[in-house]
Design a binder for this molecule. Sequence first.
Ligand SMILES: Cc1cc2nc3c(=O)[nH]c(=O)nc-3n(C[C@H](O)[C@H](O)[C@H](O)COP(=O)(O)OP(=O)(O)OC[C@H]3O[C@@H](n4cnc5c(N)ncnc54)[C@H](O)[C@@H]3O)c2cc1C
Length: 294
Amino acid sequence: MLKKFLEQNEIAACFDESLKKHTTFRVGGNAMCIAMPDTAKKAANLIKFLNQNKIKHYFLGNGSNVIFRDEGFDGVIIKTSNLKELNLNGNLLCAGAGVSMTAAAKLAQENSLAGIECCYGIPGNIGGGVYMNAGAYGGEISACLESVDYIDEKGNLHTITKEQCDFSYRHSAFMKNDWFIVSARFRLNEGDSAQLWSFMEDIMNRRRDKQPLDKPSAGSSFKRPVGYFAAALIDECGLKGLTVGGAQVSDKHAGFIVNIGDATCQDIVRLADKVTRIVLEEKGVQLEKEMIIV
Ligand SMILES: Cc1cc2nc3c(=O)[nH]c(=O)nc-3n(C[C@H](O)[C@H](O)[C@H](O)COP(=O)(O)OP(=O)(O)OC[C@H]3O[C@@H](n4cnc5c(N)ncnc54)[C@H](O)[C@@H]3O)c2cc1C
């Protein structure tokens, strides 16, 4: 029934697919199906169909903040990789959920527009970035966001303003609702292209210097606790290099858990829990995972 629906609606899909290929941590079992609609209409039809037929589903961007369990996912992953429209009209930048944040930031910079340059180098897509309210080096994706188009559980398309998105640190309204982000609009500010590029090059170099980009990970494993830095707390507890199976607290950046071989999801969860327990015991600070375990 699902296969027939996908074929009839011309939605690209693969079945019994390893989720290792779809997440930057390179862990997880197989997904029953990964569907990649290329228009909002197709995504809406698919969501309506899945909900009507009570088929479990999950939305996925570039998989750079998600880890799937070793048992896999017994349902349909709706991946945004084919929603790639990106255009600029004056200072209004419109990006499909599947556009990489780096590509959007580059287009803005090339056109002397400021507001999303902090997203350059974050390895996620616009949909995942908006969902997470991704940010770095003092900025957040939501800063210049004007509105978001999303599809609700019934397959209806809506537009909401930035205020309705309820953004705060690594938080958005999308976390409380089963809404599929289709695209986002950003009202950018006039900037200097050369200055923007120099900032973007600088943050990219800082990433290369400080982060273990040669090893699979989901970036910072923990959110920043109020008043502290997770990496500093973990480092002060002497946990760099702590290993469970194939998962390790990076030697280069204590805030990153990395996959040093054949890590399983269970290895990562066990290690993250161990780090959380030790930091609480030694520093009295409760860490909260930033990576999402599905
Ligand atoms: C090396 C490295 C460095 C990183 N650096 C940073 C950083 O500096 N700052 C930062 O904030 N993050 C960072 N991250 C984490 C990650 O890149 C961000 O959280 C990013 O926003 C995730 O985007 P994604 O497309 O990969 O989303 P995914 O990981 O695929 O998904 C994240 C969440 O968003 C949901 N989602 C995705 N797309 C949609 C959609 N269209 N509609 C509704 N929900 C959706 C998913 O269901 C999931 O819950 C880093 C990760 C890595 C691996």
